[in-house]
Structure formats: structure tokens, C-alpha cells
Write a protein that binds this ligand. Structure first.
Ligand code: NCD
Length: 307
């Protein structure tokens, strides 16, 4: 029996306060165990399948590291063309098949809602590792974990989400999750890449305050956290539109002069040019610490979801 309120992780809005407490506390325990070099074996004998029908470095490898750090094993598909999906098999049938091989399934897929389809095809836990421009709930958990660790709290913070807010699944999930806390948002995007209405509606329904702007410099001056994102080239129908918007925001060390001294700079990665490399050695540049936090957070999810 799963220790969380649902068998799957599909959307950032699904977690109860008790779920969040369990996940974050367990992740902190695992982070300490990893740091001390202690070997863990809670998932020994268990198998995780990772099915990635879109490119990934961090999400797939950190899920696989998480499973192996808990003593489990991994079956991995990293390219859609290597599966029978390329022969016309439906996602439902692929998942029914993998159900027979693994104890939990992590899926990344280009279509919004694909993880829900997968979850209905199996009684095993399904974890959404990104469904097109929909959601990326496990990323939002590691983002929450990172913010709490870097800033020492979540309530009372001003958080700027910057870049491609229209297509970016990480910011859709993060806005949803953080709006449950006493956070003030600045949604910083060009007019054409603003936060979608359905995400704004969720943020409103949760009672969080937000402002929309296209001015990164002014947003930095007020923000405790600046969460930069990549312009999502693969979601643009028109390459000329991508070219017009691709350099919308570039955070440089010189530009950081406008920011609060205590600012935390985050990015789900991969970066293209949104953060200049001369920002990397500033103390507040947390994006590589953030990606490392993916391991203990995903260990917590796997341990809590797999029987
Ligand atoms: C992101 C994704 O795949 O949505 N990467 C990640 O999982 N860390 C962000 C992106 O691709 O821009």
C-alpha cells in the first residue's frame, strides 16, 4: 500500500499537506544518508521502468540513481523509436505490457495527459516525468525542497518565474504547488509566452498573489527566488517565432547587480543561454544543487509509492 494519498504522481495539485510533509521529510533523511555514504536497500528486489519518449538527462538519470540508491533495479527506454510505439502500438498497450515487468513506471511523453492514460492502464504506480507542455510534478517537488533548503522557508517569499511560462511544464507545476504556500509570484514573460489561463486560475483558487510583467530587472530587485526557464523551442510551430523570442531573458553577472544579495537563482536545466556561465559561481546560483536534490526527492517518492 502506498503511503501517499494516491497511487500515482500525475499533477502537482494532487498532494495533500500530509503527502508533502512525508515526501520532504523522507527526502531530507535520504539526503543525509547519501551524504554519510550509508547503503540503503529498502527497494531491493524491486524494478522501476523508466519510459522516456522525449529527451532527458536529469529526470531519467536521477530517477534511476534514486532507485539504485535504494537497492532496486531499473529497466530503461530512452528513445521512443526503440519501442513498439514506432510500430503503432498504443500507449495503453505499451503500459499494460510494462506492468508485467516492473513495480513502478516513470513516463515522459510529448502529449499532455499521457501520464493519466498510462496510470489507467496499470495498477502499478505511474510517475509523470513530463507530459508535453502540461506538468512535471516531481520536478516541482524537488524545486520546493530546494527553495526551502536554500532560503530556510517558503512562506513569505517572493518568487519570480521567468521565461517561457506558456510552454514550460516545470513552471506550471511549480506555480500550482507553491500557490498552496504564502508566496507572492512575479510571472515574468514576453506577451506571447505568458502563463496559461488554467494555471493562473489554479493559483487564484489557492489564494496566492501574483503579478505579471515582462521586466526581468525590476522583478529581480524584489525577488527572493528567480526561477529561470528555457524558451521551449520544440513546442513552437513557427521557427521564426522561436527566433524572435529566444533571447528574451539572459541573466548575467552584471544583471545580478539589480538583485537582492540573498537571492536564490534556480533553473530546471538544461539551460541554453538564459543564465550566463559567469553567474554559476555566485553563492545564490543554486541550479546544480537543485538538480542534485532530484535524487533524494525521487528516492522519497519511490520508497513511499512502491510496496
Ligand atoms: C525540464 C523539462 O524537461 O521540462 N527539464 C527537466 O526535467 N529538468 C525543463 C526544460 O526542458 O526546459
Amino acid at each position: 500500500m502506498t503511503k501517499l494519498s494516491k497511487k500515482d504522481v500525475l499533477q502537482a495539485g494532487q498532494f495533500t499537506p500530509a503527502d508533502l510533509d512525508l515526501i520532504l521529510e523522507r527526502a531530507a533523511t535520504y539526503e543525509a544518508a547519501l551524504a554519510s555514504g550509508k547503503a540503503l536497500d529498502e527497494l531491493r528486489g524491486r524494478i522501476l521502468a523508466t519510459l522516456f519518449f522525449e529527451p532527458s538527462t536529469r529526470t531519467r538519470l536521477s530517477f534511476e540513481a534514486a532507485m539504485q540508491r535504494l537497492g532496486g533495479r531499473v529497466l530503461s527506454v530512452s528513445e521512443a523509436k526503440s519501442t513498439s510505439a514506432s510500430k503503432g502500438e498504443t500507449l495503453h498497450d505499451t503500459i499494460r505490457t510494462v506492468d508485467g515487468y516492473a513495480d513502478a513506471i516513470v513516463i515522459r511523453h510529448p502529449e499532455i495527459g499521457a501520464a493519466e492514460v498510462a496510470a489507467r492502464a496499470t495498477s502499478k504506480p505511474v510517475l509523470n516525468a513530463g507530459d508535453g507542455s502540461g506538468e512535471h510534478p516531481t520536478q516541482s517537488l524537488l524545486d520546493l525542497y530546494t527553495i526551502r533548503k536554500e532560503q530556510g522557508r517558503v512562506d513569505g517569499l517572493t518568487v519570480a518565474l521567468v521565461g517561457d511560462l506558456k510552454h514550460g511544464r516545470t513552471v506550471h507545476s511549480l506555480a500550482t504547488l507553491l500557490s498552496r504556500f504564502k508566496v507572492s509570484f512575479l510571472f515574468v514573460a514576453p506577451q506571447a509566452l505568458r502563463m496559461p489561463p488554467e494555471v493562473i486560475a489554479r493559483v487564484r483558487a489557492n489564494g496566492a498573489s501574483f503579478r505579471e510583467t515582462d521586466d526581468l530587472g525590476r522583478a529581480l530587485a524584489e525577488s527572493d527566488v528567480a526561477y529561470m526557464t528555457r524558451i521551449q523551442r520544440e513546442r513552437f510551430a513557427d521557427p521564426a517565432e522561436y527566433d524572435r523570442l529566444k533571447d528574451a531573458y539572459v541573466l548575467t553577472r552584471a544583471g545580478m547587480a539589480k538583485a537582492k544579495a540573498s537571492i536564490t537563482v534556480m533553473h530546471p536545466l538544461p539551460r541554453v543561454n538564459e543564465i550566463a556561465t559567469d553567474v554559476d559561481d555566485l553563492p545564490g546560483a543554486a541550479y546544480f544543487r537543485q538538480s542534485a536534490n532530484g535524487v533524494p526527492v525521487r528516492m522519497a517518492l519511490l520508497a513511499l509509492l512502491i510496496d
